[in-house]
Design a protein around this ligand. Structure first.
Ligand code: TNX
Length: 629
């Protein structure tokens, strides 16, 4: 239905009313903005007779390029080993110190050379070439707007040909960690859709897919040896009415007509996702959500327990249990669940975690994409948990812990050991890195000083709720945590675009439109924070805060992550609607150098650059109509 006419990219340009001032020809033809860019007169004409010369280290990239260009020309380009010949040359840079992902791109009328010390760099050089291909070509994922046809082939060429503008580019990523978090737990999104998203990520030079594969509503990956996880946890355990009642206060809430939501990746599916991602230099980081947001896992392991008890196998039944019937604790999670937190005093809880981590490690190894980091959840564990659990009381006494609060640190200490023993880096939500303490007679949350030195990486999401949270990023980074910027206000893509009754999405963290991801400036934020008349920091579209970021802290900010939670995202069309074009602003901030306006606090320059950025978006996405829902 045509209810919300603003939901076309074209309308958004018009709304910003700036775009028309900047002629497209004057903008870099590469997105995200390269570190340096120069355009020269002339073109390279590439037709099916073209060849790709490659350094042997870059064979995989050469094949990828050949297939990609082949889609446009109707024939794969021939590969020749050695980078001193060919219409496109993939060259090994002599400069071995070149940063991961850095590359040079140099266009001449007879050959294009991509040069890098590493395969990632070559891959990104190829993506830059890709962004110069004409809008509407098949491989850009975006069809031409209706009524427009592709440019005719140049005269003299045989069959279809591509005209590549000649540019000189010297480029490298701003951040090493450029991530999209995809929630496939709340509502399942099938393998084919994940592969499509991986292609999109490659185009924008993102290099991490953080897969949120388990939550209260579902467990989405087959774990050999624990069939209940997917047989029970992969299906919706409750009706849509029940769900609607459970989420009374969040945004537009669940789509009551939804019939999807069930599903999981088989082992083979997961391996395919990993291989597909690896070819695109994207690291998949699986998340095992814990100890809260774990209802699907808990119910699955209860089912396993019941089955084995019936079969008379009591010892085996107790093996991987996550809940304890003796635990009479009362709590309600943010999403109103009363039974979604693992019991941290059960030895079987740790056995379960070890088993799951081991199986994930094995699958990643088999796919040729070995894990070196794993996400172990940690967000939103409700108050009241473990308070009336005899097992927890015994544990507190035995370990001489101060009380229930200390169970949190005990838990993540053990989780860290499980992960570190397997040679993996621990990664989690910010809460996993925080500690409650008393200050001036009040409870405040501080960066837990015990974990900061353990190479523990955290997603910092909360820059909107609670007193003193604005500068959490800085405090965690200053305390030694590796910090990924994932603030709700700018990077939670499940927030609705605008406040409109028909716009899908949550709004508990405000509205995330196309501006917010683009305008977020990673740091130096304190200096740039805007203030009201009284000198109070204004609510953040960028982080404000009280603690300054130290130089050491700045070094610990490793990247940016956009998060697409899926309570309200039930179809592929909706997923793409929430992702695009928000993802472009995020990709620009994650890859491109900080824009001058961020340093100079120059509003006019900001507006100009912003307009330019939008023109670039137009260049790449075309005037694609966003799906209407
Ligand atoms: C908060 S912030 C969550 C998710 C929800 C999301 C919805 C955080 C780490 N957890 O469980 O899906 O809000 O916007």
């Amino acid at each position: 239905a045509d209810r919300h006419p603003q939901t076309t990219v074209e309308e958004i340009y018009r709304r910003n009313a700036l775009v028309a001032d900047v002629p497209l020809e004057q903008l870099p033809k590469i997105f995200p903005t390269p570190a340096s860019y120069e355009e020269k007169p002339g073109v390279l004409v590439l037709d099916a007779a073209g060849t790709i010369g490659y350094h042997p280290d870059f064979r995989q990239e050469a094949e990828y390029l050949s297939a990609m260009v082949g889609q446009l020309l109707g024939k794969r380009l021939r590969l020749t080993e050695g980078s001193d010949q060919g219409s496109i040359r993939l060259e090994k840079a002599a400069d071995a110190d070149m940063a991961a992902g850095a590359y040079r791109l140099s266009g001449k009328p007879d050959a294009y050379t991509i040069s890098s010390a590493n395969a990632q760099g070559i891959f990104y050089g190829i993506q830059s070439l890709r962004s110069m291909l004409p809008a509407g070509s098949k491989n850009t994922l975006y069809p031409l707007p209706p009524g427009q046809s592709p440019a005719p082939p140049p005269s003299g060429s045989r069959g279809p040909a591509l005209r590549l503008p000649l540019v000189e580019v010297n480029d490298m990523p701003r951040f090493g960690f450029r991530s999209l978090m995809l929630d496939v737990a709340r509502n399942f999104h099938p393998k084919q859709q994940v592969l499509k998203v991986l292609d999109l990520m490659a185009l924008y030079k993102l290099n991490v897919l953080h897969l949120h594969m388990s939550d209260d509503e579902g467990w989405r990956v087959e774990i050999p040896g624990l069939p209940e996880l997917t047989a029970v946890g992969g299906r919706r355990g409750h009706s849509v009415d029940e769900l609607t009642a459970l989420l009374p206060s969040y945004g537009s809430g669940p789509d009551v007509n939804n019939t999807t939501g069930s599903g999981f990746y088989t082992r083979a599916d997961y391996l395919e996702i990993l291989r597909y991602a690896r070819q695109r230099h994207i690291k998949v980081i699986p998340e095992v959500e814990m100890p809260g947001h774990a209802r699907a896992a808990i119910k699955s392991m209860d089912a396993r327990y019941a089955r084995l008890m019936k079969e008379g196998k009591a010892a085996e039944a107790a093996e991987y249990r996550l809940s304890d019937p003796e635990d009479k604790s009362q709590y309600r999670s943010v999403q109103e669940w009363k039974d979604n937190v693992m019991n941290v005093a059960l030895p079987s809880t740790y056995k379960f975690l070890e088993k799951v981590v081991d199986e994930l490690v094995a699958m990643h190894r088999e796919a040729g994409a070995p894990l070196d980091i794993i996400h172990m959840g940690g967000d939103e564990t409700p108050a009241g948990v473990w308070e009336r659990s005899p097992a927890c009381s015994t544990l507190i006494a035995r370990e001489k812990l101060g009380g229930v609060d200390d169970l949190w640190y005990y838990f993540y200490d053990r989780v860290a050991k499980i992960v570190n023993q397997r040679g993996l880096q621990l990664y989690g939500w910010e809460e996993a890195a925080m500690r409650k303490t008393r200050r001036d007679g009040r409870n405040v949350m501080i960066a837990n000083p015990d974990f900061g030195n353990r190479n523990f990486q955290v997603d910092v999401w909360n820059n909107v709720m609670g007193e003193g949270m604005e500068d959490l990023t800085y405090r965690l980074a200053n305390a030694g945590y590796k910090v990924v910027l994932s603030g709700v206000s700018n990077y939670y893509f499940d927030m609705a675009y605008v406040k409109d009754y028909y716009e899908p999405g949550f709004y508990w963290g405000g509205y995330v439109d196309v501006d917010k991801p683009f305008y977020f400036i990673p740091f130096d934020l304190y200096k740039n924070a805007k203030e009201d008349d009284q000198g109070n920091p204004l609510p953040p579209t960028i982080f404000t805060g009280k603690d300054r970021l130290t130089e050491y802290g700045q070094h610990n900010i490793v990247g940016i992550q956009a998060a697409l939670w899926s309570e309200t995202v039930k179809t592929a069309a909706r997923q793409e609607y929430m992702l695009l074009p928000k993802l472009l602003g995020m990709a620009e901030r994650a890859w491109a150098p900080d824009p001058a306006w961020a340093r100079e606090k120059d509003e006019a320059a900001a507006a100009r650059l912003y307009a330019e950025a939008w023109s670039k978006f137009a260049n790449i996405v075309g005037k694609r109509e966003l799906p209407r829902l």
